[in-house]
Design a protein around this ligand. Structure first.
Ligand code: EPZ
Length: 447
């Protein structure tokens, strides 16, 4: 008996130096919370440059399940109207696909005084704790309890401004408590907050809709409560993680790549790390570029909250470091299980050892990477396998493409613009035959 299933993979032939310029899409991690924030607005919200990625589609479905109306206009514009918002309970079937949906808690609490959202628990990259979100909601006067896997947050008489100090600058908790505080009575001060550009973008969006937020981009945010937010048209920032991925894709091939549509102030840690490896970096007002012809060594990386090295680029950076001479140590301080992709990198010939006790990876380079059939298990680990495949001698076939599509808008098209030989291929695979499919098919040579 055979069991047929449709499988889409990315197939790429490495060994070509990437060169040229490409424009990056809008930021997924800015768009998702801004979509949640649109629930606070009583007029239509138009989000421009929203990336066409599956996480955004899931958030669209979530907003609709709560009573909002979402329309797609063209490729990258979303129009959201929350005039008829009625539901306060987010369905588990959708939320389990998207950690960012937890941002709905603050928005629903602020708008309707009640939110029931499934607890995120954990995911493949590590624990997703919510204690800081809960602490912030409580400080604003909400009643917070858990029931059957849901977090229930209520403030029937409204929220009141408070002074909140986070023990860690959580991106999600900063966003969530900021969303709730927009309609609180009085002034809220959030201390030790996340300074990530996506948090700043959310605050800029809220201010454009009539909120009174200051201090975003520093470690203290002050929110003066307001009575209402109106509709607004807003363009999200460029995706700094996708931009960094494209830059590292160029660097691993020792090519020269420019990424347009991204703010260089979002890339300080990445550009510093690449420079240490001998990659020549430059930037203009809205572009960054890297020429890796002179890459000569690895470097050590410590992931940290912004402006530190982004955890979302840790897997891709590790793939690049595997091809650099010398030993590099990559220490992950944000998530407790973000090295799952390493096994696949090792199958491609990388010399990487994960030290579980210190949540670090030791990379010895330079490795001559070889193509292999591999599988993505999360968004950024998947991107790392694509980047590794670009430097591999032979063909790489990447399964688990649904993870990559969660965060990158047609990654293969952006890479093709830079000269990569990469294509998406789908087909019905009979599982009994799947084992031999990879052996018998080869990718047509492009260009
Ligand atoms: C956001 O996740 C991003 N997601 C992540 O991107 C990103 O990796 C992360 O920020 C760090 O930059 C979105 O924006 C949708 P956190 P978030 O709250 O908000 C712990 C990607 O690939 N923590 O800063 O979940 C938590 O357990 C994704 O695009 C608590 O202990 O990040 C984690 O270890 C992956 N208590 C760490 O902080 C809390 O109450 C970072 O979490 C909250 C968090």
């Amino acid at each position: 008996m055979t069991f047929d299933r449709l499988e889409t993979t990315l197939r790429l032939r490495g060994g070509h130096r990437l060169h040229g310029a490409v424009r990056v899409h809008g930021s997924k991690n800015a768009t998702l919370p801004i979509m949640a924030a649109s629930l606070l607005c009583d007029g239509e919200v138009v989000i421009k440059r929203a990336p066409r990625v599956t996480d955004v589609s899931v958030m669209e479905a979530l907003l609709e399940s709560l009573g909002a109306r979402v329309r797609e206009h063209g490729t990258n514009e979303l129009r959201i109207s929350a005039a008829n918002l009625g539901q306060t309970r987010a369905p588990y079937t959708l939320v389990r696909k998207l950690n960012a949906s937890f941002d709905l808690t603050g928005a629903l609490l602020g708008r309707l005084g009640r939110a029931e959202v499934p607890l995120p628990g954990g995911c493949v990259i590590g624990t997703r704790a919510t204690d800081l979100h809960e602490m912030g909601f409580r400080a604003l006067g909400a009643d917070v309890r858990g029931a059957r896997g849901y977090l229930i947050v209520e403030a029937p008489d409204g929220l009141r401004g408070a002074d909140v100090s986070f023990r860690f600058p959580s991106v999600g908790a900063t966003r969530n408590v900021m969303l709730a505080a927009v309609y609180a009575d009085g002034t809220t001060t959030l201390r030790n907050v996340a300074m990530e550009p996506e948090v700043v973008d959310l605050a800029n969006f809220l201010n454009a809709a009539g909120a009174r937020i200051s201090g975003h981009g520093t470690d203290t945010i002050v929110i003066e409560g307001v009575q209402r937010l109106h509709g607004v048209e807003y363009e999200v920032i460029g995706d700094r993680i996708a931009a960094g991925t494209l830059l590292l894709a160029g660097a691993i091939t020792r090519g020269a790549v420019r990424v347009d549509g991204t703010d260089p102030r979002h890339h300080g840690a990445l550009l510093a790390a690449l420079s240490e490896c001998g990659v020549a970096c430059s930037h203009g007002v809205d572009w960054i570029a890297a020429d890796a012809a002179g890459a000569r060594s690895g470097t050590d990386i410590l992931t940290a909250p912004f402006p530190g090295f982004p955890t979302d680029l840790q897997p891709t950076m590790t793939a690049f470091l595997a091809t650099c001479p010398g030993t590099s140590v990559i220490e992950e301080t944000i998530f407790n299980a973000r090295f799952a992709y390493v096994n696949e990198l090792v199958r491609m010939g990388a010399d990487v050892r994960v030290q579980m006790d210190s949540n670090a990876a030791v990379v010895k380079g330079p490795a001559e990477l070889e193509g292999a059939p591999v599988e993505a298990a999360d968004i950024r680990g998947g991107a790392a396998l694509v980047v590794a495949g670009l430097a591999a001698r032979s063909e790489t076939e990447i399964a688990g493409l649904e993870f990559i599509d969660r965060g990158y808008e047609r990654l293969e098209e952006m890479l093709t613009e830079l000269g990569a030989q990469i294509q998406r291929s789908s087909g019905i695979v009979a599982l009994a035959e799947a084992a031999s499919a990879y052996e018998t098919s080869t990718m047509p040579t492009v260009g």
